[in-house]
Design a protein around this ligand. Sequence first.
Ligand SMILES: NC(=O)c1ccc[n+]([C@@H]2O[C@H](COP(=O)([O-])OP(=O)(O)OC[C@H]3O[C@@H](n4cnc5c(N)ncnc54)[C@H](OP(=O)(O)O)[C@@H]3O)[C@@H](O)[C@H]2O)c1
Length: 167
Amino acid sequence: MQQANWTLVVAVAQNGTIGRNGDLPWRLSSDLKRFKKMTMGHCLLMGRKTYESIGRPLPGRQTIVLSRRGCDVAEGIRVVGNIDEVQDLVEDGRQVMVVGGAQVYRSALKNCTRAWITRVLAEIEGDATFAPLPSNEWCLESTEGFPEGPTDEFPTQLEVWRRRADS
Ligand SMILES: NC(=O)c1ccc[n+]([C@@H]2O[C@H](COP(=O)([O-])OP(=O)(O)OC[C@H]3O[C@@H](n4cnc5c(N)ncnc54)[C@H](OP(=O)(O)O)[C@@H]3O)[C@@H](O)[C@H]2O)c1
């Protein structure tokens, strides 16, 4: 079943890496600022491991954590064991933003109709990866390049993807 209009938000290196040792494998302040702007006011859906690596609720956003075995979370955060329970918990006016990690991107992709992908323009070693979106189901709408800023380790490129209507 495809649910309405979830947005996937990910930063991925050229070799597919998104994480290493439970954390992000880069420092990219500009991308974190973009992430904050894109997600503010919305509902973040994340996996238990990503929640533990962030370690706190992100202000101004609803957070829903996916965990089958359950986990301790800060007040106000909901934990659900099944992705089909998510939509009913989303507060009015918020869109679901799927923010990782690797397992949750795989589980939730079927519910996403839009993807904001930051390409980190480097090959980076890691243990968590994101597979390319299938080109028969998704199309690239726009691309914008960003040179590396003073507190970024690498230049980046933001891609906006949309699920094809017939997929
Ligand atoms: N580059 C990026 O944009 C980005 C974004 C986010 C995270 N990351 C990185 O990704 C890595 C973490 O990814 P990960 O794959 O190891 O972990 P994850 O997806 O954050 O969390 C995995 C956990 O989420 C729960 N889960 C996943 N799918 C589920 C489902 N369908 N139903 C119920 N529960 C589900 C399970 O929790 P239980 O074990 O508790 O049952 C599972 O062990 C870290 O390195 C992090 O820094 C990168």
